[in-house]
Every structure is written in C-alpha cells, then in structure tokens.
Design a binder for this molecule. Structure first.
Ligand SMILES: *[C@@H]1O[C@H](CO)[C@@H](O)[C@H](O)[C@H]1NC(C)=O
Ligand SMILES: *[C@@H]1O[C@H](CO)[C@@H](O)[C@H](O)[C@H]1NC(C)=O
Ligand SMILES: *[C@@H]1O[C@H](CO)[C@@H](O)[C@H](O)[C@H]1NC(C)=O
Length: 342
C-alpha cells in the first residue's frame, strides 16, 4: 500500500513536472512598436521596430529578428533575418503592404533549443483617393541608349477636362522625390516625361508616381518601380506591338530627340509582314501623343490589309503555280503603295 502511495505521488509529480515544464517553456516577447513607415519616396518604405521586453533569463542574450513582408496578394513572403531595428525596401504602392516580425533567441543562450516569440504584424496602404477611372493608363517607360528615360501614359478612362497629371521620381541617392522638369504635352496636358542626366541610377530601384489634379474630383495616383538597366533600349529604334517607333538625335547635337513611326501589315500571302515607310519625324516640342498616331496608323494599316487581301485573291485566281516569284512582285508593288501613302 505504502509503495502504491509513493508510486501515485511520483506519477502525479511527474505529470505536474511535464505539464508545467511545457507551460513554463522559455519564452520571449515579440518586438515592440512594429510599423511600416512611408518617408515619401514613392514606394521605398521603412519597416522598423523596437527590441522586446526580455525576462531576466535572456538579459545579455543576442536577439535576432525574423521579418517577413510582401505586397498584399503576392504569393510569397520575403524573409529577412537581422539584428538591426530597421529594414528598408521598395514596394509597389498601387497595392497594400503587409509585414510580420518575431524575435529569436540565440541558441547559445538556450542550450540549443529553438526559442522564438509569436508574430506581431503591421500593414500599410496609400489612401485610395479618387476613382480608378481617374488613374492614368498604359504607363510605359524606356531608357534609350542609357541616356534618356522616356515615360508616357494615357489619361484615365473618364476624367474631367481640367485634369492634368504630374510625374515624380526617386532613386537611392536623391534626397527626396523630384518632379519631372520636361513633360511631353498634348494640347497643354502632360502625357509623358523625358528625363536625362540620371546620375548613378542604374542597378537600383527607380520609383515613379504619376498623380494629378482636377478642381472637380480627386485623381487616383499611379505607382511604378523598375530598374533602368532592365528597360534599356540600345540603338535608336524600338518596336512596339503594332507599330514601330524610331528615335534619333537631331543633327545639330542639341540633344533633341525625334520620333518616327511606321506600321506593320500582317499580310496573308507573305510570311513576314511588310513595313510601311517611316512617317514624318515628330520631335519633343511638337510631340502629338499616342492617340493622334493611332488615328493616323489605323486607317493606313486597314487600307493595306484590304489591298493585300484583294491582291491575294487576284493572285490565287490567275496564277496558282509560280507563287514564289509572285510574292516578290507583290512586295515590290506594296512598297510602291507605302511610299505614297504612309
Ligand atoms: C545546458 O545543458 C547542460 C547539460 O545538458 C547543463 O549542464 C547546463 O546547465 C545547461 N545550461 C543552461 C543555460 O540551461
Ligand atoms: C503628387 O505626389 C508628390 C510626391 O509624392 C506630392 O509632393 C504632390 O503633392 C502630389 N500632388 C498631388 C496633386 O497630389
Ligand atoms: C536644332 O535644330 C532644330 C530644327 O532642326 C531647331 O529647332 C533647334 O533650335 C536646333 N537647336 C540648336 C541648339 O541649334
């Protein structure tokens, strides 16, 4: 009986030890005052926090922080292990940002066992001022010959006639965000920007914000982030989906740049499309914008397609055998038409 009593007492003690052992497991607090700060650099944000309150046991221990962050809706988190109390990175401000952080105690201090705190979270988002229909569309940026950064956009879907847009940019090395000084304009409205002398801006995130104003309604801001070396266009020519744009420097070395456009006709009887002749040059001063170019290009392209279809039909009817030589003739004929029309 006495033996039994000892046994149950031991068992009880053992259970108590196991349970309290678990609940008394060495614990550490998460960092304090975790927050995501926007210093106004168009997407470059500061994630910062203060050290946790630590129990006597961990005084003098090295603490590490495990930081995870992402743009809302991104599939994966970026993870950083650091001993610092701040981390900076670039984000896409068109979307919200979320982050979480927890404390790790160095294993030297815990006899090899993993000790970490629960997560503490923070989030950030630009206020959604203005309807989506006021936000610019089709923002495009190209860095020509490592010299000029040219960005262009179209106005929002439905905007009041007094709406005008402004572009700001920032990259590491600039004290604060700067406004574009050389806008491309269409009827007095900003539709693009040309930047040059971008000193030591390669291999860094380049942040852009295009916001706007109207007396009648707020205008939604649009953000973009890229690295210049990824959007370089070497040579003075660039091809877009349907039409083609050529950029050249003025012969008088005044650093003025001019655009030329041509259209590609996707024809049915030749494998490759046929290019029209280059248009009259369009320079920055007289830049008329994407819309007017499309107005010019679309009917010309449609006309070519119609003409080629007609020619295809004639060719198929009259001469089914020597197709190859006829194609060559066709192309020549087309060039003659292009010269007069485009
Ligand atoms: C670590 O474990 C060893 C042996 O397992 C023990 O002697 C030592 O006291 C432990 N140290 C701490 C800080 O718990
Ligand atoms: C546009 O953004 C810049 C940079 O953040 C800011 O200084 C400016 O006030 C904004 N303009 C408008 C009209 O919101
Ligand atoms: C360069 O040439 C264009 C016209 O061809 C002219 O408008 C411009 O003023 C010239 N610039 C200089 C610096 O001469």
């Amino acid at each position: 009986m006495a033996l039994m009593g000892v046994d149950t007492r031991c068992l009880g003690l053992f259970l108590l030890c196991t349970i309290t052992g678990h609940s008394l497991e060495i614990k550490v607090n998460p960092p304090q005052d975790f927050e995501i700060l926007d210093p106004g650099l168009l997407g470059y944000l500061y994630l910062q926090w203060k050290p946790p309150v630590v129990t006597e046991k961990f005084k003098g221990c090295t603490l590490e922080y495990e930081l995870k962050y992402r743009n809302v809706d991104d599939a994966s988190w970026k993870t950083i292990i650091t001993r610092n109390l701040i981390y900076k990175d670039g984000f896409d401000l068109n979307k919200g940002i979320e982050g979480k952080i927890r404390t790790h105690v160095s294993e030297l201090c815990t006899n090899g066992s993993e000790v970490q705190s629960p997560w503490t979270e923070a989030s950030y988002g630009i206020s959604d001022e203005g309807s989506l229909a006021t936000k610019i569309q089709d923002m495009k940026c190209i860095y020509y010959n490592w010299q000029y950064l040219v960005c262009s956009w179209k106005p929002g879907k439905t905007v009041h006639s007094d709406t005008n847009y402004t572009m700001f940019f920032w990259y590491e090395g600039l004290e604060n965000a700067l406004q574009c000084a050389d806008y491309l304009q269409d009827n007095g409205k900003n539709i693009g920007c040309k930047l040059s002398n971008l000193d030591s801006s390669d291999y860094k995130d380049f942040f852009i914000c295009v916001n706007g104003s109207s007396k009648l309604e707020p205008v939604r801001s649009s953000y973009m982030v890229f690295q210049l070396q990824n959007i370089v266009f070497l040579g003075f020519q660039s091809a877009t989906d349907k039409n083609d744009m050529k950029l050249k420097r003025r012969e008088n070395e005044s650093e003025e740049v001019c655009f030329f456009v041509r259209c590609k006709v996707n024809i049915y009887c030749a494998d490759d499309g046929i290019w029209s002749e280059w248009s009259e040059e369009e320079c920055w001063a007289g830049y008329t914008g994407q819309e007017s170019k499309i107005i010019f290009i679309v009917p010309v392209c449609l006309f070519f397609i119609f003409l080629l279809l007609l020619l295809c039909l004639i060719v198929e009817k009259e001469a089914p055998e020597p197709t190859l030589s006829l194609h060559v003739d066709l192309n020549k004929e087309m060039y003659a038409y292009e010269e007069t029309l485009c």
